[in-house]
Design a protein around this ligand. Structure first.
Ligand SMILES: C=CC1=C(C)c2cc3[nH]c(cc4nc(cc5[nH]c(cc1n2)c(C)c5CCC(=O)O)C(CCC(=O)O)=C4C)c(C)c3C=C
Ligand SMILES: [Fe+2]
Length: 491
């Protein structure tokens, strides 16, 4: 497998151009932030962290699983056989009972006695209003959220402090209006329990862990527990249907860092499901929910189906090759095809919400499209949140309150909103299938540990950057003009 073929492992129905960007047009290794791309660079340097066949990062797709851009298999291990509707045969061959995965039969028909773990990756959210500023700090301190040129990366934390302090009042207002905190932890825990039960029903006993990127339970805590439980095979399932550098990519980078520094983890066979927006079970579950909500309108056939996805800055897609936009568009296409197959021929639109800061984000923007649709005479509209599978601040506050008000002011008379998938059983069953399908392709990561000389050097440069960064932040904080300019940009 070469670096290009690894990039080909990204979901790729319409992505060949952006995938090529991963390996060719973005030479900076650290500031350009896709884990897939980063790994592909590691592959070009054989003495670095990852061996060529070490980490299986797959798109959970019936169309391209296990295939490179040129159609060759990138999996060196067993490749799952599939039936024509994209379900792996694996579910039927799982026969295990007892603790963990005893008796699990892989596609080589070898009986393995693994302790299977499933790690759900999610964003996390503040549980109280006091958590909001530190949560925002964690978010903005992420180099996959604020992407600074390499030379300025030492400013990441001071900048995160500044932005989080300035943004906190507005965010707090939002969280206060949905009950004083994010529901994400509770919902993700429920999803974890539901996936565990669904796996058990299919004959696979597994521990399911939740690892959040910016709040408790942090990914590090989940990994600690995975080690304690002596898991022997791990499937990583990010709870984002579409891959973005800013979400799945960021969480995978954290995992990569933890795994590369730990002897046990670097030997642990891992399979990563990178995106799953194209899975039949997910598409059908979304179509079910949309169909149900359409029926609540007096004239369902006249309703505009309005997909609202979380945005990302335009540079992610255009410069860093984030496949998010392509995957989102393909996802909407598949959902609409499914609705057509069921006899619904509604008009639809896709727009992007929740932009933050002064830069351009993916367009069209949700608020502008709502006003435009109202102006054009659309009277009935069904909002469909499509980038996230739990209720969260951006569905409960931004869509249900802000956008609804804007739509009604703009002339739309009948408003509806599709709930997030949450623990919808067909959806959970499909995620369980995705886990079972991914399991046989788990591979361990082999690493070379850094020498003590290297870590001494790292520490020194870290210390210098921190001191320099703190002085700069101090100067910035003392300059009222800078603060006012920032505040105007952020709120
Ligand atoms: C696919 C989903 C998401 C993408 C892509 C994404 C990118 C992204 N987000 C920010 C900034 C913020 N995000 C915030 C909260 C938040 N974002 C998502 C999802 C995606 N973000 C979720 C699920 C949540 C948590 C919601 C909750 O219930 O707690 C916030 C904090 C809330 C606020 O102040 O608005 C910020 C800020 C950026 C900059 C970005 C891409 C670069
Ligand atoms: Fe966000």
């Amino acid at each position: 497998m070469d670096a290009t073929s690894f990039c080909g492992a990204l979901p790729q129905t319409k992505l060949s151009a952006s995938n090529r960007n991963f390996s060719t047009s973005c030479p900076r290794a650290r500031s350009v932030v896709s884990v897939a791309r980063h790994l592909s660079e590691e592959f070009q340097q054989p003495d670095k962290l990852y061996s060529r066949e070490s980490l299986v990062v797959s798109s959970s797709s019936s169309a391209n699983k296990g295939m490179t851009a040129s159609g060759r298999s990138y999996l060196s291990g067993p490749v799952m056989k599939r039936n024509p509707v994209g379900q792996a045969f694996c579910a039927a061959s799982v026969v295990g009972v007892g603790a963990f995965c005893e008796g699990f039969v892989d596609s080589h028909l070898h009986v393995t006695e693994d302790k299977v773990g499933v790690l759900l990756l999610n964003l996390g959210g503040p549980e109280t209003l006091n958590d909001v500023q530190p949560f925002l700090f964690n978010l903005f301190a992420d180099p996959d959220i604020i992407r600074l040129p390499r030379l300025f990366q030492f400013l990441q934390k001071p900048l995160a402090k500044l932005i989080s302090v300035l943004r906190a009042p507005k965010s707090k207002e939002g969280y206060a209006s949905i009950g004083g905190g994010s529901p994400l932890r509770k919902i993700t825990d429920e999803q974890a329990d539901a996936i565990k039960m669904a796996l058990k029903a299919k004959g696979l006993t597994a521990n399911v862990y939740v690892g959040m990127r910016y709040w408790y339970p942090f990914t590090e805590e989940a990994i600690h527990q995975i080690k304690k439980d002596k898991i022997t095979k791990l499937v990583v399932l990010p709870l984002y249907p579409q891959f973005s550098i800013s979400t799945t990519g960021s969480s995978l980078r954290v995992l990569q860092n933890i795994f590369s520094e730990d002897a046990y983890l670097s030997r642990l066979p891992v399979a990563i499901i990178q995106s799953w927006y194209q899975r039949e079970g997910y598409i059908k579950s979304m179509a079910d929910l949309i169909g149900e909500e359409l029926q609540k309108f007096a004239k369902p056939e006249e309703v505009m189906i309005f997909f609202s996805a979380h945005g990302v800055p335009l540079t992610y897609v255009e410069d860093a090759g984030d496949p998010y936009k392509d995957q989102m568009e393909e996802c909407i296409y598949l959902i609409m095809q499914e609705l057509k197959a069921r006899g619904s021929y509604n008009d639809h639109a896709l727009a992007y919400q929740s932009r933050v800061g002064p830069v351009q984000w993916l367009k069209p923007y949700t608020d502008e499209v709502l006003v435009e649709l109202g102006r054009k005479g659309v009277k009935s509209l069904l909002a469909v949140p499509v980038s996230f599978v739990s209720e969260h601040i951006e569905t409960l506050e931004e869509i249900d309150m802000e956008y609804k008000e804007l739509a009604l002011e703009s002339g739309i008379e009948n408003w509806g909103r599709v709930p997030a998938l949450g623990c919808t059983s067909s959806f959970i069953t499909d995620l369980a299938d995705a886990v079972i399908e991914a399991l046989p392709s788990a591979k361990s990561i082999s690493t070379t540990r850094s020498t003590s000389e290297e870590s001494d050097r790292d520490f020194l440069s870290y210390a210098i950057k921190m001191i320099f960064g703190s002085v700069l932040a101090f100067v910035l904080l003392l300059c009222p003009k800078v603060i006012t300019a920032f505040r105007n940009l952020l709120v």
